[in-house]
Design a protein around this ligand. Sequence first.
Ligand code: FAD
Length: 816
Amino acid sequence: MLPLLLIILTIIGLLVIMRREAGSIAATGMTGIAGLIGILIGAPLTGVILLIVTAIIAACGLPALRRRWLTPRLFSLFKTVAPNVSDTERAALDAGSVGWDGELFTGRPNWNQLMNQRFDGVNEEEQAFIDHQCHVAAGMCNAWEIARERTDLPAELWDYLKREGFFGMIIPKEYGGLGFSAKAQSLVLQKLAVNETLMVTVGVPNSLGPGELLLKYGTQQQKDHYLPRLADGRELPCFGLTGPRAGSDATALPDTGIVCKQVIDGQEVLGLRLNFEKRWITLAPIATVIGLAFRMFDPDGLLGDTQDLGITCALIPRQTPGIDIGRRHHPIGSPFMNGPIKGKDVFVPIDTIIGGPEMAGQGWRMLVECLSVGRCITLPSGATGTARYALGWTGGFARLRRQFNLPIAEMEGIQEPLARMAALTYIAQSTVLQTANMIDHGERPAVPSAILKSQLTEFQRRVLADAMDVHGGKAVTLGPRNYLGIGYSANPVAITVEGANIMTRNLMIFGQGAIRCHPYVLDELAAKDANDVQAFDKAIFAHAGLIFGNAARALTQGLGIGKTTTPFDEVAAPYAQDVARLSAGFGLCADAAMASLGSRLKSREMLSARLGDVLSNLYLTSMVLKQWHESDNVEGEATLLHYSCRFLLYRAEQAFVELFDNFPNRGMARVLARIVMPLGRHWHQPTDDLTREIAQAVSRPTMLREKLLDNTWDYQGSDQRDNPLARYNALLEDYPRAEPLYRRIDKAYSKGEIDADALHPEQRLEAAYATGLISEEDADFMRDFEARVLDMLTVDDFAFDAFALHRDKVVEHDIA
Ligand SMILES: Cc1cc2nc3c(=O)[nH]c(=O)nc-3n(C[C@H](O)[C@H](O)[C@H](O)COP(=O)(O)OP(=O)(O)OC[C@H]3O[C@@H](n4cnc5c(N)ncnc54)[C@H](O)[C@@H]3O)c2cc1C
């Protein structure tokens, strides 16, 4: 009995030491003392076993011993299995900062790191812009007219956008820009997402492109010239990276810039001869200045000894001879300006390079550095805004559309997508605002930018598909009355641009995170490159401590022992504790995958994607928890928090399960599964009760619905175009009065108190009024209510040949 007790106590002691990462000295001391106690209490076998364990720990763990025999061998092995990091990858790895994503990699996230970045909202000036200018701009676009009749924004809207500084949100005030915070930019784009073309048109110049590149890297002369002109719309920029041969693998671009001299106006000018072919360049057809990425060569040594200088970015005026620009592509769903640009023997002076000749060859680094901010804001905000409008419209439609004598919002089949839409919207809104807040606190979140871009645009895809399903034929039928269909068909644009989602999920999130955010891998790779065995020893044994620590944390917390403390209230704390638990499991599995697969992990994309999914879901959960903690919560929000966190943590565990099912080393997979999920799955899909409650709340005029739709364009005035969201909101306000009247009339009809041939709702209410079932006042109310509802349900029809671009090609059908 005593030996068994001693072994159990030793294991508990070791787990405590491992959890705290207290080091090999503590572990050696503890097992050594246990071994001696074993001998003293008359359990020699146990004592000897424990002393052998002590010797092994000492040999492997104590620095003086391990450096003699273990470290050199490990270093040799590491050199053979560690991945080689290309220059392109290194540029990506060096870009941006590591924040909460790094905490999740440690397996013991420090919530203070996150909570210290307080969310203070936007300032008065920014809020006034969102309330007024965004409201005016949104009210000036008519989706049908833009998409089908004009294939462009109206001229007065272009003028308004330029005049009010929409294209200069990121440009500081000293250059005439708006100098908005990242949070304000996000809220502006969310509000403008009522129209996809408007959102993209404003989003792109404020994202990755000439504006940001100039701000960060431009020479003072370039800044002074271009920034004021970009801020007030005198110049409209585009940025050309992609071409027919270089898409996702943008560094493979075959476009060239050769350093040369040319005589201009009798003077010899040092410059570049550019030959390029770009496609899909947003704003290109109307851009006045082109940001261009190309590979720069100096074959005659005019700048120095290096011939192949690498990727370089330059700013080129549209009118430069040799440029062929102005044709358009036709992006699916949304006719924003997009087109090809070609250049043949285009000569530009050398100072067109952004940042001047010193920045030759720095283009890729500049681009990935800027991407870490822009990619957190533009597409994720567009996705969030789109989801919020879709939710607002769908909640309204579902409450007002009646089938089988019931609002379809009362049907469980509809409640399921409604609740899912609400949760995805809530998660997206929390994530994009909290990440923007990190940027406002000085971070440049590289890995989160990949998480936000891919996850939130996937949410957008799901929300739009759900919205379409709930609307049925109403959204399938295109025309001016269809507020959803055009945005739905434009969704693949967001999925594809700024790093297509498949690649981002499979390659970037974990691939970049594993090296970038891991506390020790970067140090180990640096030690390898420098052939520094001392540095390697330091990093690898700290790393070993982390692995043991994560194993102990994952196992004990998985068994419900030693839960972490968190700064959250009792509603949110259990989810935060589980983020910490799964983060330990994630850290352990990430190390196991890297150790067992080495450089092959790069090509095992499905495994990498699942690890990325765990990280993504833990990140999203953290953002939801922080938003909950810092905002004024409204009635019903706790239900949405429960749904959202369960949904995300379920997905995180699902990714673990699939990882274990497919992990190549089967023995290791079984051990990992026992440690990370010792009691099996903890989380299940959100319950039907949560689903019902949320669906009710978002299809009625509740505080929760109001909060989810805060800062959207929901105003109906005679000066602006028709606004379906405002109309639904108004109808929902009246719905509580209509509901009992519907019930009364329907009950009377089913009992035969109203004539059976009163088939239309309008006929029934007249019959109910005639029989005295409802008052005159109620009848008036219902007449008006029904007319407004019918108007929302109505779809468009057109002349037979309305859609034929060429009337002479219309078929004359023989229908006699
Ligand atoms: C409407 C629109 C606007 C755009 N605007 C601009 C712009 O303003 N400026 C600009 O420079 N570019 C722009 N682009 C280009 C855009 O960034 C690229 O389309 C995008 O990077 C993907 O390239 P691709 O379409 O050639 O896909 P491909 O590279 O051909 O990829 C095809 C598929 O393979 C997947 N894939 C590729 N590599 C991997 C991998 N290693 N692992 C797993 N999957 C992989 C991708 O995810 C994708 O699903 C725009 C594109 C569009 C469609």
